[in-house]
Design a protein around this ligand. Structure first.
Ligand SMILES: [Zn+2]
Length: 245
């Protein structure tokens, strides 16, 4: 029996609105993508895209790197769009002390708005927390959030365990294939609370990260975790189903 039957590869964090249509058509059959946005314009694009491609599930919001250029009106419009969503997902949102510490206070104000909206609507959060893992984790707990993905997790190991115990998902990026800081967390992961992602088409260490790299990541993870690849694929699909399908 083919254990791969009926399951698809999961990309729980990709900026799919940046992909060419032709590329999306190639992914359609084998993948499910949680497509994140960066600002108002890309949020609208993502919502439009998901009407055409049902394998993409939309997340909308303002990326912490875009906080400085996002207007108050843009935030308000995104909030209104979130309230209209069937299965609301807010992302990519969060805090970043590593790459954009200069806008930290504004990031904090915006994230708190998104968190209260998530609480109110039951939305899933697709979270960015570079250099601010503890801070984002504290806020998510404080706002009593129930559904969240911590994207490309590179925070402390004990925090990862606490987050998973609290029911949150940790998502491993295709960069784990060459980023030791990321892959070294794999042995401690709770399989019921893990997802895979690309952050495509982001470029990292000279390499373009893409959804199509997910099968290689899955193979690598299966080896590291000493588990059958088909079984891992099934578990990831189940995790995604529980969270957003
Ligand atoms: Zn991203």
């Amino acid at each position: 029996m083919n254990v791969f039957w009926g399951t698809k590869y999961i990309d729980s964090h990709a900026h799919a609105y940046e992909y060419e249509e032709e590329y999306l058509r190639k992914l359609e059959r084998d993948f499910i993508i949680l497509g994140v946005s960066d600002d108002l314009e890309s949020s609208k694009k993502t919502l439009m895209l998901t009407e055409e491609f049902s394998f993409i599930k939309p997340c909308i919001g303002i990326h912490p790197w875009r906080i400085d250029v996002a207007s108050r009106d843009a935030l308000k419009q995104i909030e209104e769009l979130i309230e209209l969503m069937d299965k609301p997902c807010i992302g990519e949102v969060g805090l970043d002390k590593k790459f954009t510490p200069n806008t930290y206070e504004a990031q904090m104000r915006t994230l708190q708005k998104f968190l209260s909206l998530a609480k109110e609507t039951g939305a899933i959060l697709n979270l960015h927390a570079a250099g601010a893992w503890e801070e984002v984790a504290d806020l998510v707990m404080k706002f009593d959030i129930t559904h969240a993905v911590f994207h490309w997790y590179t925070g402390p190991k004990d925090l990862m365990e606490r987050l998973q115990e609290a029911g949150f998902y940790i998502s491993f990026n295709v960069a784990a294939l060459f980023q030791k800081k990321h892959s070294s967390l794999l042995p401690n992961v709770d399989l019921r609370r893990v997802l895979t992602e690309s952050d495509g088409p982001y470029e990292y260490r000279g390499q373009k990260l893409l959804t199509e790299n997910i099968p290689s990541l899955l193979k690598f993870m299966a080896k590291e975790l000493k588990i059958d690849e088909g079984e891992l694929k099934r578990i990831l699909f189940e995790n995604a189903s529980r969270l957003f399908l």
